[in-house]
Ligand binder design. Structure first.
Ligand SMILES: [Zn+2]
Length: 227
């Protein structure tokens, strides 16, 4: 039995994102079970970010060594996985499997991957990490950080682009998530994507997120990372 065409068109126009969330088709060099976990994680994140046009094709690769991971991704050796263009790179299996929260890591990287599929250029890392940490569910386990203003966010973005050590990475992530995730979370998927595209087109990749929202309910004034 096939669905009536009118139902399909209604779903495309008005249906929930889950109904039309694309599923990535991976050109994969990792085990089928691991590839399936990535496929499902990415579809879940696409459902949260909003629909796209056209098939979603991506690559899944596992680095042969930690050194190879760093070479392929330009990221630090203490990160579990990283997206470069349309490719997800994983640390070698024993390394990846030692890192706790692998499901959340998959969802996190899928946010980066899907943003690129949607044509959103790489954003300021402060904004993009806050989004990936929030949508993946990692934010729930992150202690509260400080509220950053525009200059603090730009500094945080520079740190996140080249983190020196896990402690610095963690505290910077706490700050950007505390500052930006509540704002990202409050937006509808459609409005969020519009603002992210605006941020991608703006200098520093922060756009509308560079300044604090006009209506804040909290009593604490936002302040920069450095006193
Ligand atoms: Zn990330």
């Amino acid at each position: 039995m096939s669905s009536p065409a009118w139902l399909l068109s209604w779903l495309l126009v008005a249906g929930p994102f889950d109904a039309i969330a694309p599923r990535p088709v991976f050109d994969t060099k990792v085990e089928p079970a691991e590839t399936l976990r990535w496929t499902e994680a990415c579809q879940r994140m696409a459902a949260k970010l909003g629909p796209s046009r056209g098939p979603w094709q991506a690559n899944l690769r596992r680095a042969q060594s930690i050194e190879a991971f760093v070479r392929h991704t330009g990221r630090s050796r203490f990160e579990a996985a990283a997206v470069v263009g349309r490719t997800i790179w994983l640390q070698p299996r024993p390394v990846f499997e030692r890192i706790p929260g692998s499901d959340a890591i998959r969802r996190h990287e899928c946010v980066h991957l899907y943003l690129r599929h949607l044509g959103v250029p790489p954003l300021n890392p402060a904004l993009e990490e806050a989004l990936a940490i929030g949508l993946s569910g990692q934010a729930a386990r992150l202690p509260a950080g400080r509220q950053l203003r525009a200059e603090g966010l730009r500094r945080a973005g520079a740190i996140l682009a080249k983190p020196k050590d896990p402690a610095q990475l963690r505290s910077t992530l706490q700050d950007v998530v505390s500052t930006l995730w509540p704002r990202l979370q409050a937006l509808s998927p459609r409005a969020r994507l519009t603002q992210l595209r605006r941020a991608g087109a703006a200098k520093h990749g922060l756009g509308p997120f560079a300044s604090p929202p006009r209506h804040t309910q909290g009593s604490a004034e936002p302040r920069d990372a450095e006193e």
